[in-house]
Design a protein. Structure first.
Length: 184
């Protein structure tokens, strides 16, 4: 098994832009048409990783998951400022999401929002929080900031995603019951 590589995620973002849309404006216009009231995944991330986040969204959607990314699905929100109004909108989306996936990159530790989203979702949903390490090199395991070790992380082998956890049941991404998740 291997962690998800950043070059693979960047290719997905580029392909999605080229194949479906001519510009970022096209991506935003299309996403407004498909806004859902509930999601499988709330993707917690650093906005500084826009290309990786876009690619991660496409990657997870390839497995049949609906994925919420704030600046794609709610571009009118201002995440640059931590305000009660923004927090309330994010709480509502997280409440209507089945799981939170924390996209771990070099920039995620600098985010104002990522630790808050992680803690809020974990407290509200009592689990169903997963870390998606996006790495630049071939790695077979993940060690992030200390608090990230509380949560299982996602890696892949072939066309399947696996949830790695040191103890307990290994949940399936879609059902939170099974060991693997195969591409749709």
């Amino acid at each position: 098994m291997a962690l998800v590589r950043s070059d693979s995620i960047r290719r997905r973002a580029a392909l999605n832009r080229v194949v479906k849309f001519d510009s970022s404006a096209g991506i935003l216009a299309e996403s407004k048409k498909t806004i859902s009231t509930s999601y499988d995944v709330f993707l917690s991330h650093s906005k500084m990783d826009a290309e990786l986040v876009h690619g991660a969204k496409v990657f997870l959607e390839e497995y049949g998951l609906t994925v919420y990314v704030d600046w794609i699905d709610s571009p009118e929100m201002d995440r640059a400022n931590v305000t009660p109004a923004t927090a309330q909108v994010l709480r509502g989306i997280m409440s209507s999401s089945r799981m939170l996936i924390y996209a771990h990159t070099e920039n995620s530790g600098n985010s104002k929002w990522c630790p808050w989203e992680l803690g809020y979702f974990d407290g509200k949903k009592d689990g169903n929080v997963f870390i998606l390490p996006i790495v630049d090199t071939d790695q077979n395991s993940f060690i992030g900031q200390e608090y990230l070790g509380l949560y299982p992380y996602i890696d892949q082998a072939g066309q399947s995603l696996f949830i790695n956890k040191s103890n307990g049941i290994i949940p399936h991404l879609r059902e939170a019951k099974y060991k693997t998740f195969k591409r749709a």
